[in-house]
Design a protein around this ligand. Structure first.
Ligand SMILES: C[S@@+](CC[C@H](N)C(=O)[O-])C[C@H]1O[C@@H](n2cnc3c(N)ncnc32)[C@H](O)[C@@H]1O
Length: 364
């Protein structure tokens, strides 16, 4: 365990969870992003572990780092916590005491506690044990005055178990962490949906947009276009939300999708097809070079063909970071040509594999 002291601890590291196998991408992105915001450090990570730690060269306050480092701006991070301590070699029969001892010296008191594990093969089996720890730890934390559930303005004590006896203790706030354990949304699979891919678009809506933003932008009765729609998981998600959808794909659409009577299937090339008039939403899941998709989506939004877009970028095996940079540049260039500002959000979703998902809209 870290040496215990009664002086409040500062933040010593940034801990993120990511998709196992993407630690290098997550580490490169985090290092560069943090450095630009004045937090230099070195990364420790292990392949397939599902987490990355940026050890800060200079300690800082929670308030400062929470302002500077935002989960929504990191593509490969699913969950985020600011580490103030590490509990190591915890005995099997008592993990509560070492955690409480460290948490007493945290830079803050807490209104809640989350206990999570990375999504790796090695740590997933710990999730049951984390659930069982929750009640006794909560009781002990309240008794030690570390946890004050009624003081809702206080942050969350974020505990990430990376082994039976080792956990990072961190802080995060409700507006800068994923509300789902380990950043993995638990979405219900509606029984009529034609394929599991419908969950990817469902996850994109709730991850890339806040509840309020979604309410303002996505309404029944709107019109949408789905480029590369077959067999229809994304189209079904839009129709289920009450949108009328033009599904563009040379391939066949599932019967369950067409049965909604909200869908018009157009057999055409998604790169060439244009809607007769502007629509609210365009979604695009065509498997193509990321730069071609980025240029197409930017053109739809910047020209006003659609107001909002959600799209997938299938990343190459290597040089993913560079490819994402190229896509950002292409989007920037198209909007500069239109003299428009824009909002672009990119994330590797839980339902994404070798791809990332984007949201784009013009700010008019
Ligand atoms: C990954 S699948 C889409 C899955 C769909 N989002 C779903 O939820 O069911 C990609 C689709 O893009 C289509 N596609 C690829 N290139 C296309 C193009 N140039 N024009 C139209 N569709 C295209 C393919 O036919 C394929 O059906």
């Amino acid at each position: 365990m870290d040496s215990s002291s009664s002086t409040p601890r500062a933040i010593t590291g940034i801990v993120i969870c990511c998709r196992p196998g993407f630690e290098k991408d997550a580490a490169a992105e985090l290092t560069e992003y943090a450095l630009i915001r004045g937090h230099a450090g070195y990364v420790t990570t292990t392949a397939e572990s599902g987490f990355v730690v940026l050890n800060l060269d200079e300690e800082c306050s929670f308030e400062t780092i929470n302002r500077n480092i935002r989960l929504a701006e990191l593509i490969f991070a699913r969950q985020l916590g600011f580490r103030f301590g590490t509990a190591s070699h915890m005995p099997d029969d008592d993990r509560v005491s070492p955690i409480i001892e460290l948490a007493r010296c945290a830079p803050s008191r807490f209104s809640s506690i989350t206990i999570e594990t990375p999504d790796s093969d090695a740590t997933k089996p710990l999730s049951g044990f984390c659930r069982r720890l929750s009640a006794p730890l909560g009781r002990a934390a309240e008794k030690a005055n570390v946890l004050r559930p009624k003081r809702v303005h206080l942050p969350n004590l974020a505990i990430l178990f990376i082994g039976q006896g080792k956990a990072f203790l961190g802080i995060n706030s409700a507006d800068n962490r994923s509300p789902w354990p380990s950043g993995i949304p638990r979405l219900r699979m509606p029984k009529d949906a034609p394929s599991r891919s419908t969950q990817k678009l469902a996850e994109a809506f709730v991850t890339l947009l806040s509840d309020t933003e979604l309410e303002q932008r996505l309404r029944p009765g709107q019109r949408a276009v789905d480029l590369g729609a077959a067999p229809g998981g994304w189209t079904w998600q839009l129709a289920w939300r009450g949108l009328r959808v033009t599904a563009v794909d040379n391939g066949p659409m599932a019967a369950s999708v067409m049965k909604t009577e909200m869908v018009t299937h157009v057999r055409a090339d998604g790169f060439k097809w244009r809607p007769p008039s502007a629509v609210e939403w365009m979604v695009c899941d065509m498997v193509e070079q990321p730069s071609r998709i980025a240029a197409l989506v930017a053109d739809w939004v910047a020209s006003g063909r659609c107001r909002h877009a959600i799209f997938n970028l299938k990343l190459p095996m290597k040089r993913r970071h560079e490819e994402i940079g190229r896509c950002r540049e292409l989007i920037g260039q198209r909007f500069a040509k239109a003299a428009l500002s824009y909002r672009l959000r990119l994330k590797q979703l839980y339902h994404d594999r070798e791809e990332i998902t984007g949201f784009l809209e013009a700010i008019r």
